[in-house]
Write a protein that binds this ligand. Structure first.
Ligand code: ADP
Length: 327
């Protein structure tokens, strides 16, 4: 057995496959075709590459003749894999119906030169993932501020019968004032409409190993419902404060095993720079309970975690609050 020697090959293959799936960089002028609300069409002047996803590339773009800047998410109109095309259709359908201050605003979508463009609110401060990579970990006051906003976004989605199913640091973006904005609705699901939608479960296996709630993996599948987003919020809070998700492991199976067993440790060293309070630990433990016991967003924001220490005001938020924190 030489598992180690074979390892490097797999990522290399995957990467070249990915490159093929991405569209080419956009031209400097992207033309939106005329439509009923824009009879003359529009032109977007493209700028910098913001990032690449599974099959999308993102550029910033300015609407010609205005000062308005956006993120242009670009995918090939005909994707090589049916599954990807489906993911993208779901994303368009669900994201376009969302209207909340902590959800990336969907402006419009159009086709141009064999590509589909989604015009999104620009989040110039990157994702929570970028932030944690740069800073190693985030302070409790920042986590308080962002968790209230994320809980608000989750409450809104769930009230519309939408479960996001892929909440993770890489899908949560920061606007110019450091407000969080939930993005990437590619794995979201619309629960059946009607009053009793909490009984309508979806059974698709989805999400990213580190963030997947154990009930999605269970053998006696009953499906899963909106509580999966609450689990992911628990993982995000832990990951922001410590720099890595709680069940991090080298293999997917081991991550799942640890998640089922709720096997996680807070860092031992509670130095003043990376202080983790008992209230935080209690909140995370509540979010990682079995689905029926997980609190809803309104209950979450009532937790003592939010009042046991400094809660920054919007105006106080900066890219690094450590410079502002009271001594
Ligand atoms: P995919 O759905 O293919 O995973 P993403 O939605 O994650 O694609 O976008 C890919 C990258 O583009 C992100 O990691 C991020 O760096 C950047 N990005 C996406 N949306 C925005 C936005 N609204 N503002 C700024 N950057 C964005």
């Amino acid at each position: 057995r030489k598992p180690e020697a074979q390892k490097p090959k797999a990522p290399a293959l995957k990467q070249s496959q990915k490159e093929k799936d991405h569209p080419p960089p956009p031209p400097s002028d992207v033309h939106e075709p005329p439509s009923s609300d824009r009879p003359n069409g529009a032109i977007y002047r493209t700028g910098q590459l913001l990032g690449k996803g599974g099959f999308a590339i993102c550029y910033d773009g300015r609407l010609a003749g205005t000062k308005q800047v956006y993120a242009l998410k670009i995918v090939k109109s005909h994707m090589p894999q049916k599954k990807m095309e489906q993911k993208f259709q779901t994303e368009l359908q669900i994201h376009s119906k969302m209207n909340h201050p902590n959800i990336v605003r969907f402006q419009r979508a159009f086709s141009f030169q064999k590509c589909t463009y989604i015009v999104l609110e620009l989040c110039p401060n990157g994702s929570l993932m970028d932030m944690v990579k740069r800073r190693k970990f985030i302070t409790e006051p920042e986590v308080r501020f962002w968790t209230v906003q994320m809980a608000g976004a989750i409450k809104y989605m769930h009230s519309k019968g939408i479960i996001h199913r892929d909440l993770k640091m890489g899908n949560i973006f920061l606007d110019e004032r450091m407000n969080v904005k939930v993005g990437d609705f590619g794995l979201a699901a619309l629960l059946m409409s009607g009053k009793d939608w909490s009984n309508c479960r979806r059974t698709t296996l989805c999400g990213t190993p580190n963030y997947i709630a154990p009930e999605i993996l269970s053998k006696d599948k009953q499906g899963h419902d909106h509580a999966v987003d609450i689990w992911s919020l628990g993982i995000i809070i832990f990951a922001m404060l410590t720099g890595k998700p709680p069940f991090q492991s080298t293999t997917q199976d081991e991550i799942y095993r640890r998640a089922r067993a709720l096997e996680y440790d807070w860092p031992k060293l509670n130095n003043s720079e990376n202080y983790i309070s008992e209230e935080t630990k209690d909140l995370v433990a509540m979010l990682l309970q079995t689905p029926e016991r997980r609190p809803d967003p309104d209950t979450i924001v009532q937790h003592p975690f939010f009042t046991c220490g400094w809660m920054p005001q919007s105006e106080e938020m900066t890219p690094d609050l450590r410079e502002k924190a009271p001594a």
